[in-house]
Design a protein around this ligand. Structure first.
Ligand SMILES: Nc1ncnc2c1ncn2[C@@H]1O[C@H](COP(=O)(O)OP(=O)(O)OP(=O)(O)O)[C@@H](O)[C@H]1O
Length: 248
């Protein structure tokens, strides 16, 4: 589903954020990416949909080298890759439903009037997405009236409207308290299991990663420190991942 081949990200010709990473993620996997701040998690995740273009290496989605695609073909692929940001990326003054409908824009050819643009199917998909994340009753609420956890669920519903095969999530729960974070993670898990959507998620809370992900990729200084099924990870190597980094 996702294949990274010798991917590096170099910022400003001197800061090597991702250093020669190769990774294969199969359909339906729930992969957590962990590591200290600055270890390259965000940069790595953003190479998967080319939000960040690798300075070296190749990114394949379902066997296609997406770095070689022209704009329209890249747009088609990106439509199938949802991205959930830490800060929700919603229009606070708009309704929940309006925000969720934005997820359908990738299927529209032009930006006419916002509501004129959507047909019955779009509305059905949006309402269904809200139902999946338990917020159908909030559909007409203004987004700024929701809690942080609810806003992140709206962001997930917006992503579901894209009908994604892959969801990338960059620290989606790091601004939430633990119980809201767990609710959001529960929804990610449910979506992953029910729809077989492949999920790759950056988390700085190792316990959340261990609880929800099936596989964990640990990054250190832009390199893979380990890449294991959750059951194979021992606490000593986790300690090492964080302790050694702290000494640098
Ligand atoms: N747009 C950018 N321009 C220049 N340097 C950047 C840029 N984005 C990230 N970096 C640098 O690349 C390195 C890796 O950052 P990245 O955000 O990928 O790591 P991270 O593990 O996600 O950290 P955090 O959890 O703090 O976001 C850091 O040294 C960071 O300062």
């Amino acid at each position: 589903m996702i294949k990274l081949e010798n991917v590096s990200v170099l910022y400003n010709k001197k800061n090597l954020a991702v250093d020669d990473i190769s990774l294969d993620v199969e359909r339906g996997q729930f992969v957590g990416v962990i590591g200290l701040s600055g270890s390259g998690k965000s940069s790595l995740l953003k190479t998967v949909n080319l939000l960040v273009r690798p300075s070296k290496g190749n990114v394949y989605i379902q066997g296609t080298d997406i770095g070689l695609l022209r704009n329209d073909k890249l747009r088609d692929i990106r439509r199938e890759i949802g991205f959930v940001f830490q800060d929700f990326n919603l229009v606070e003054r708009s309704s929940v439903l309006e925000n969720v409908l934005v997820g359908r824009l990738g299927y529209k050819s032009s930006l006419k009037s916002f509501f004129g643009l959507f047909d019955d199917t779009d509305y059905e998909i949006a309402v269904d997405a809200l139902e999946q994340i338990g917020l159908k009753d909030k559909m007409f609420a203004r987004t700024d009236q929701l809690s942080g956890g609810q806003k992140q669920r709206v962001a997930i519903a917006k992503t579901l409207c894209q009908k994604p095969k892959i969801i990338l999530a960059d620290e989606p729960v790091s601004s939430l308290d633990l119980s809201s974070a767990q609710v959001v993670m529960d929804y990610f898990k449910q979506i992953n299991e029910k729809s077989q959507i492949t999920i790759m998620i950056n988390l700085h809370d190792v316990n959340l990663a261990k609880k929800y992900c099936s596989r964990i990729v640990a990054l250190k200084d832009g390199k893979i420190f380990f890449d294991k099924e959750v059951g194979e990870i021992d606490d000593r190597e986790l300690q090492e991942l964080y302790e050694k980094n702290q000494q640098v």
